[in-house]
Design a protein around this ligand. Structure first.
Ligand code: SF4
Length: 88
């Protein structure tokens, strides 16, 4: 299986420990003992694309960055299926 082209990063310096990302995508995000964000899986499956983008958008401090997804159709209506750029 090819490695996912999706790349997830998070800035624990700006995280305010709201836990929203952890509730949204628990297999990708977790929190350290102080409650700050940890990325468990920096290259998650593209099948999580929609949830990843919702987590990114829902972070109150914009501490999450998701790269490698086609965002068309997701920004306005929060619907649709994210696709990985260049995927078959
Ligand atoms: S949603 Fe943002 S502020 Fe909240 S825990 Fe996740 S990274 Fe931190």
């Amino acid at each position: 299986m090819a490695e996912s082209r999706v790349r997830v990063t998070a800035n624990s310096e700006t995280c305010v420990t709201s836990s929203l990302c952890v509730y949204r995508v628990p297999g990708v995000f977790d929190q350290d003992p102080e409650g700050r964000v940890l990325v468990l899986d920096a290259h998650p499956s593209a099948e999580l694309g929609r949830e990843l983008l919702r987590a990114e958008r829902g972070c109150p401090t914009r501490s999450i960055t998701v790269e490698g997804l086609d965002r068309s159709g997701l920004d306005e209506a929060d619907e649709g299926t994210a696709r990985v750029e260049g995927a078959a």
